[in-house]
Design a binder for this molecule. Structure first.
Ligand code: NAP
Length: 267
């Protein structure tokens, strides 16, 4: 497998470190290029993968290309660079860039894959959703799953579902961070020292999510297990429901889906 990374920032680094850690790709089989060259040389120095100062050279050498720059940089791919990816598998993590726009940039790629990763990918605990332009060969599917496996777990979806995925797993980390922050602030307002409030909220979040992951029960069953009639948790959840928090989250997800649709339309 020869993998070329166009973009060598946070996400490319997470993929490279994950692949090396799992020993599924050798450093000598990977190369990167970046805009100014700064991040590419740092990633190369840190991980031992190659780096190139020429984007066209890297594109023509790699059998698999990972697009890991900012979404707007797709428009800087020239016609000749796009053609140079002839027969390659092109994997994009660019938020909002459709299979159609990726195929227009790389018209002779053997297949194109659109991926929506999320921030916990940086520590190998992400969840990604992906879709192929064409029905993939077993080898290409394996390769994509190996690559995304370096970031955490991954699931195949229809491209039409990507807006929902963006709202749920793409934006999700911000929702959880915000939620923990609100709980910590509520504890502070009632007299806990900020550091303790923050630690209690964060550790409760981590422990509860880990328990949910390890449990065979549905999240709603776990809620029922914690609540006793007329108890303290019951009081808290009843107030949340009175304030319609399930409705608030539903509307918020709807706004994110709508915004994702708006952003995907040509500006
Ligand atoms: N990080 C995440 O958790 C996450 C989650 C979901 C989606 N994504 C997607 O992943 C992509 C990369 O995000 P990131 O967080 O890794 O960004 P980042 O850390 O800012 O890295 C961007 C990289 O793009 C390079 N670059 C800039 N201009 C370029 C050009 N013209 N040609 C080639 N490379 C160029 C930069 O190089 P220099 O700085 O050296 O110039 C840098 O290596 C984004 O499209 C984002 O939508 C990321």
């Amino acid at each position: 497998m020869s993998i070329g990374f166009i973009g060598a920032g946070n996400l490319a680094r997470a993929i490279v470190l994950g692949l090396l850690d799992k020993e599924v790709v050798a450093a000598s089989d990977m190369k990167c290029v970046s805009g100014s060259g700064t991040t590419a040389s740092s990633l190369s120095a840190e991980t031992g993968i190659g780096h190139s100062s020429s984007r066209p050279d890297l594109i023509s050498e790699a059998q698999t290309l990972v697009l890991a720059f900012k979404p707007q940089h797709l428009d800087t791919i020239s016609r000749s660079e796009g053609e140079a990816a002839s027969g390659s598998l092109v994997i994009s993590v660019l938020a909002g860039r459709t299979l159609q726009s990726l195929s227009e940039a790389f018209p002779s790629a053997r297949n194109v894959v659109r991926v929506m990763p999320n921030t916990p990918s940086r520590i190998g605990k992400g969840v990604s959703a992906y879709c192929f332009r064409d029905a993939p060969s077993d080898t290409d599917r394996d390769q994509v799953e190996t690559l995304l496996g370096a970031l955490g777990t991954c699931y195949e979806v229809e491209e039409s579902q990507m807006h929902i995925v963006t709202a749920v797993s793409g934006c999700g980390p911000a929702v959880f961070f915000q939620f923990i922050d609100f709980i910590a602030k509520a504890a502070e307002r009632r007299g806990l020292e900020p550091q303790l409030a923050s630690k209690l909220a964060i550790e409760t979040g981590i422990g509860s999510l880990e328990l949910m992951k390890q449990s065979d029960q549905l999240p709603s069953q776990l809620v029922d297990e914690v609540v006793s009639p007329n108890g303290v948790t019951h009081a808290l959840l009843t107030q949340l429901e009175r304030d319609n928090w399930s409705g608030i989250l539903d509307t918020a997800i709807e706004s994110a889906v709508k915004r994702s649709i708006e952003l995907s339309k040509p500006q």
